[in-house]
Write a protein of this length. Structure first.
Length: 365
């Protein structure tokens, strides 16, 4: 999930790192509980906990959606007007930022799935991929084109890019339709609000739209609103209309995922307004887990798949043995994410930054 702003501001925010660290771990545990067979055998030891992880812990993705909107607008339009006049360049940079580590993770997932198929026969193991399926993943179009995901969670990367594109499109359109510079932030806010309302009141109520970014834009827009409300010297009264609209949408059709998104947005707004979003909590471990959360999200499922396969082939069905296997898979996922961050994600991001710097130097010569 999200690891840093798309462009521009790159300083880490301790409170957001904490939310990302917690949400990422919940997603890993959700997949461990949802995709057996270890969780099936361990279920009798903690049925309530495993059931909750399997069914409800996935709500943690709402935190990433809200944080995604918060960080995106912080980077490209902190005061309501898009800083760049080149929307296609922004989209290309975002695509490269997401896809460079993502494609490596997809290849790892394909290899691990092939190995897992030799160890066990289980519904959680992806089928052998086809070339069109791989190409669809490369273009982040797998969900829209109806292809099965090559790994759990890769759908989110495609949705993240769609959401960013919707935001960039709305802010670019605001620049085009506004006759005065002072009107651009207002136009941008109105267009973002229109997209959010269409999501909350229509698209998010129809599961057939869940492969499209507009389905999730309501949560994403809550992150945008929480940043704008706390970055522009406005009082919390700016959030009151947003709060009223979201509560109305929940009264019309209560969706726990939207309630979670609203709670996360209010937490971000409060942290930003009170001034501790950058510095609290002061924990190197939590900060590091937040920093590597995107890498952990990318590689944890292949790791869990292999460990599930090894335990299915070589271990007994004893509940305690399989619970130990789940714990091993959880810790191995974090370790693999840390290694992936060091060897793949971080070098890829630094390479992208060097490319940007070289481009800036050329433009100034």
């Amino acid at each position: 999930m999200h690891e840093a702003p798309p462009t521009g501001a790159t300083s880490r925010l301790a409170f957001i790192d904490t939310l990302k660290a917690l949400a990422c771990q919940l997603i890993v545990l959700h997949h461990l509980a949802f995709y057996g067979p270890m969780s099936d055998h361990a279920y009798s030891l903690a049925p309530t906990l495993i059931s909750w992880l399997s069914q409800d812990a996935r709500m943690a993705v709402q935190a990433f959606l809200v944080i995604g909107g918060f960080l995106a607008v912080r980077a490209i339009a902190p005061f309501g007007t898009m800083l760049s006049s080149k929307p296609l360049v922004l989209l290309l940079k975002r695509y490269l930022k997401l896809v460079a580590p993502y494609l490596v993770a997809v290849l790892i997932g394909i290899a691990c799935a092939a190995l897992a198929r030799t160890l066990m026969a289980h519904d959680s193991v992806p089928d052998r991929p086809t070339l069109p399926q791989v190409l669809a993943h490369t273009l982040l179009l797998q969900g829209i084109l109806g292809y099965e995901g090559l790994s759990a969670g890769v759908w989110y990367i495609a949705i993240d890019f769609q959401l960013f594109a919707l935001l960039v499109g709305a802010l670019w359109l605001a620049r085009g339709i506004s006759r005065r510079r002072a009107a651009v932030p207002v136009a941008g806010a109105l267009l973002v609000t229109t997209l959010a309302l269409s999501s909350l009141y229509y698209f998010n109520r129809d599961g057939d739209w869940d492969n499209w970014g507009v389905y999730f834009f309501g949560a994403y827009a809550l992150g945008i609103a929480s940043y704008w409300a706390t970055n522009q010297r406005r009082t919390f009264s700016w959030l009151l209309p947003v709060l009223a609209l979201v509560i109305s949408a929940l009264l019309l059709d209560y969706r726990p995922r939207i309630a979670v998104a609203l709670l996360v947005a209010l937490m971000l707004a409060f942290a930003g307004r009170c001034g501790f979003i950058e510095h609290w909590p002061k924990s190197r471990l939590i900060a590091y887990l937040g920093q590597i959360s995107y890498s952990v999200s990318l590689v944890h499922f292949p790791i869990c798949l292999i460990i599930n396969g090894l335990f299915a082939r070589f271990a007994s069905r004893d509940p305690w043995v399989n619970l130990a296997g789940m714990i091993i898979a959880w810790l191995a996922s974090i370790a693999a994410g840390a290694l992936f961050y060091r060897l793949v994600e971080s070098p890829a991001q630094h390479g992208l930054l060097r490319t940007r710097s070289a481009s800036v130097v050329k433009q100034t010569l």
